[in-house]
Design a protein around this ligand. Structure first.
Ligand code: AQP
Length: 328
């Protein structure tokens, strides 16, 4: 039997090159050999309530689902659904909350980064990895393909599964994480010390998957580099390495070979190639996305069918969990 895969993206802000290279592209690459479930995690989007626009969230969830399809996920072969349409995600989160030590959550790097400098932090932000573990464990997931930033959360989901199984008997499959060999951590084009993120401010930071050609060119050609004209991976600056990493993710060319090829040129040549490769990937995705968004009834039907299909799997797991802990 093919291995079960689960992964998801939050419908917060505009999806960017990091989401594409770190997550979506590996989903597409292994689609045929696996049993795939891809989710738009709208409940996760509530973890920073100040950033939620209730009027826009529902529409954004559909925009993200359409991006999955436009990027090459075939809804006939892979389930694409919206997290809040399957109620068991919230139910399992509560049960896992009760078996997860607080210290495990307080140690999470993403929580510390997102909580930093804020006067008050909602419970949801701390609970983000528990909801994520519920997403994964509900479907007996064996493989979770994500960017490097999510590795710590998947390891936590594994620990939660093992702890629950020890407390209440074998209930959950313990998942494995997979990280792509290139593109696992795309950094901001304006500041290569920060990971490219939807919630970061500033127009030069990220290439949005739905940005126009002019905007994409501006962002890539304006990427922060240095004056050294140094391409060798061991000497190049973070900004140059980030551009080379993006190009490598698109073309597969090893960094040393790329460095030798660019030797003696200016950074404009590298940026030009990054721009060309980005446009080659994004142009067909944007065209398909436009078509899909033009037929919202069809998109809703795809999402409803998938929610029904995966909902049955989720209910099967929840029935096991309820029995294990003595509720329901
Ligand atoms: N910069 C990145 N490089 C490679 N992969 C990335 N991912 C996110 N940023 C990068 C991967 O995309 C998937 C979905 O991420 P998410 O939206 O659920 O959460 P996130 O990691 O918090 O993404 P953002 O862009 O930083 O969103 P905000 O700003 O809303 O928190 C994951 O597989 C992630 O690894």
């Amino acid at each position: 039997m093919s291995k079960r895969v689960f992964s998801g993206i939050q419908p917060t802000g505009t999806l960017h090159l990091g989401n594409y290279l770190g997550a979506i592209r590996q989903w597409v690459a292994h689609q045929d050999e696996r049993d795939n479930i891809f989710c738009v995690v709208d409940l996760h989007a509530l973890t920073v309530p100040e950033a939620v626009d209730p009027g826009a969230l529902r529409a954004k969830s559909r925009e993200v689902a359409a991006l999955y399809i436009a990027s090459g996920i075939d809804p006939e072969r892979s389930a694409i659904f919206i997290q809040s349409h399957v109620r068991q995600h919230s139910e399992l989160t509560w049960v896992l909350n009760c078996t997860t030590p607080l210290g495990w959550l307080e140690r999470m790097t993403q929580f510390k980064t997102k909580a930093e400098g804020r006067e008050s932090v909602g419970m949801g932000l701390l609970d983000y990895p528990v909801l994520m573990a519920a997403d994964i464990l509900l479907y007996d997931t064996e493989i979770v393909p994500v960017g490097a930033d999510q590795k710590q959360h998947i390891e936590l989901a594994r620990d939660m599964a093992v702890r629950f199984n020890n407390l209440f008997g074998e209930t959950f499959v313990v998942p494995e994480v997979t990280i792509p060999p290139a593109g696992a951590r795309v950094m901001g084009f304006d500041d290569a010390t920060q990971k490219m993120s939807k919630s970061a401010k500033g127009s030069g930071h990220a290439v949005g998957l739905l940005d126009g050609a002019k905007q994409i060119k501006k962002t890539i050609m304006g990427a922060k580099t240095d004056l050294d004209l140094e391409f060798r991976p061991e000497h190049a600056s973070a900004g140059v390495l980030n551009l080379m990493g993006v190009l490598q993710a698109f073309t597969g060319e090893p960094l040393d070979a790329m460095a030798a090829r660019f030797e003696g040129t200016g950074y404009g040549y590298l940026k030009g190639e990054v721009y060309e490769a980005t446009m080659e990937a994004l142009t067909p995705i944007q065209a398909r996305h436009k078509e899909l968004m033009g037929d919202p009834a069809e998109l809703d039907l795809v999402l409803a069918r998938a929610a029904e299909r995966v909902g049955a799997i989720a209910e099967g797991t929840m029935a096991r969990v309820r029995k294990a802990v003595g509720i329901g």
